[in-house]
Design a protein around this ligand. Structure first.
Ligand SMILES: Cc1cc2nc3c(=O)[nH]c(=O)nc-3n(C[C@H](O)[C@H](O)[C@H](O)COP(=O)(O)O)c2cc1C
Length: 445
């Protein structure tokens, strides 16, 4: 049975030697983040001794494909099919009267930073941030739950900022703000990677209840409890939950902050959240994600790969696999592997990818003998199978991603498609070299 809560998952990984425990005291100001960044957010790590706190902090849980899959009892290659299945067949949550997350309930007045570490990450960040909290809200009819992750700067006392870039959630907050009403929220910390992954499924594409999708990814219904001060359900086995409301017509300066593209974002007015309760398990484990590390990027890439695979296949049926590399801000590049059947398949696949995802900037299409997860192999294909005057096309002046600096300079983006497939008529000439026997290197070295 897959661990449904973070402490069981950590215990399992610890037992199997897949996790680092750090007993040395680390400061939540820069030092903790520096360690996670040095590990690229790809390695689960538990900080047992965070300066000024008795509560440990976990990081790096879902930044590695193998471990992300492992946390759901899957092999890497089973991840995308499982995600598609989870969207089609979500498993409804199970409402329980109470759960471990309500073992401790703190009501105002409180200072958020008295309880759990709130790390500061980059040199020029404007303060300490919650980066990993999975936000839960309800739709305007108060029925469907909707999860996402939004960074929250600690302002002081029981207040934080919240940065919302998704149109859907912004529209929802605007609805309440127009009426002068606060918008209720809950934020869950200390959850398994499946819950983070599900939170990244695009709402405007799938309109799924992402807690139900989380259950399907884990193969079991997840228990939820009713929050203490807001009308929202949260996972009964989350380590920590902050309950609160986004205040109407109140803003506070937020930024600079080190963003996904690898640069600092500006300083802007952002909404304010007032927390109305903190609830947590006995002996809680807090959780963070280093901004723009693999742990932030991988769920974004996986969701984009899943979407691209199905949309590109609608026009080019012989698509074998799609990869959205993490390095390109988890959204700007895609590599598509096809089994080419007719000339034109490759350019058509690139066009279909651009049509399906406005954030994409550069798309490379390769044959099915190229390993799309190996950047060197993709570079080899571009180097040896592509002629720039025939195989590269550029579409100027299209929409792009606001997370990309060169796009923001002009407000528009050029799209470049690269056909790195060889001509069908030249199969013999483009045969890859090989050796006729398989060996196991361990037998020799
Ligand atoms: C670690 C992490 C941090 C994120 N921080 C933010 C953020 O500060 N603001 C934001 O709008 N989206 C942020 N996102 C992306 C949203 O969570 C994501 O776009 C959303 O949940 C899914 O799209 P939806 O809004 O269409 O449902 C973050 C994602 C991750 C994984």
């Amino acid at each position: 049975m897959n661990p449904l809560n973070m402490r069981e998952l950590l215990a399992d990984w610890d037992k199997r030697g897949l996790m680092y425990r750090i007993s040395k005291e680390v400061s939540p100001e820069y030092e903790l983040g520096a360690v996670v960044r040095a590990l690229k957010g790809e390695q689960p790590v538990l900080f047992e001794n965070v300066q000024g706190y008795t509560v440990p902090m976990a990081a790096g849980l879902g930044g590695n494909r193998k471990l992300m899959a492992d946390s759901m009892g899957l092999d890497e290659n089973e991840l995308l099919p499982k995600m598609v299945d989870a969207i089609i067949n979500p498993i409804p949550t199970n409402m329980v009267p109470t759960g471990p997350v309500h073992e401790n309930v703190i009501l105002p007045p409180f200072d958020l930073d008295d309880f759990f570490p709130i790390p500061t990450f980059h040199t020029e960040d404007c303060g300490a941030y919650y980066v990993s909290g999975v936000l839960v809200v309800k739709d305007l009819e108060g029925k469907k739950r909707y999860t996402s992750i939004r960074r929250m700067k600690f302002i002081g006392g029981n207040k934080t900022n919240i940065v919302i870039t998704s149109p859907e959630l912004n529209r929802q907050f605007a609805y309440f703000e127009e009426r002068g009403e606060p918008m209720e929220i809950a934020v869950m910390f200390g959850v398994v990677p499946a819950v983070v992954l599900a939170s990244q499924f695009s709402t405007h594409l799938f309109h799924a209840d992402k807690l139900d999708v989380s259950g399907a990814l884990l193969g079991q219904p997840l228990d939820v409890v009713q929050c203490k001060t807001v009308d929202i359900e949260v996972l009964a086995e989350a380590e920590i939950v902050l309950e609160g409301k986004i205040l109407p017509h109140e803003r506070d300066q937020e930024g600079a902050f080190g963003e996904l593209g690898g640069y600092y974002g500006g300083n802007e007015l952002q909404p304010i959240v007032e927390m109305t309760a903190i609830t947590y398990r006995n002996n809680p484990i807090s959780q963070t994600i280093f901004p723009s590390s693999s742990e932030e990027r991988l769920p974004m890439c996986l969701v984009r790969e899943m979407t691209l695979l199905s949309t590109v296949r609608q026009t080019v049926e012989n698509v074998k696999a799609v990869h959205v590399p993490m390095a390109a801000a988890a959204r700007l590049h895609a590599v598509i592997q096809i089994e080419k059947r007719t000339e034109g398949d490759a350019k058509q696949a690139a066009l279909a990818a651009f049509a399906s995802d406005k954030d994409l900037k550069h798309v490379v299409v390769v044959d099915d003998d190229v390993d799309i997860f190996n950047p060197e192999d993709v570079e080899w294909a571009i180097a040896t199978r592509c002629q720039a005057d025939k195989d590269v096309f550029i579409i100027p002046g299209a929409k792009g991603s606001p997370l990309e600096s060169s796009h923001n300079l002009r407000g528009i983006t050029a799209k470049m498609g690269i056909d790195a497939t060889y001509p069908l008529s030249e199969k013999e000439m483009f045969r890859r070299t090989s050796v006729p026997i398989e060996i196991d290197l361990n037998d020799y070295i």
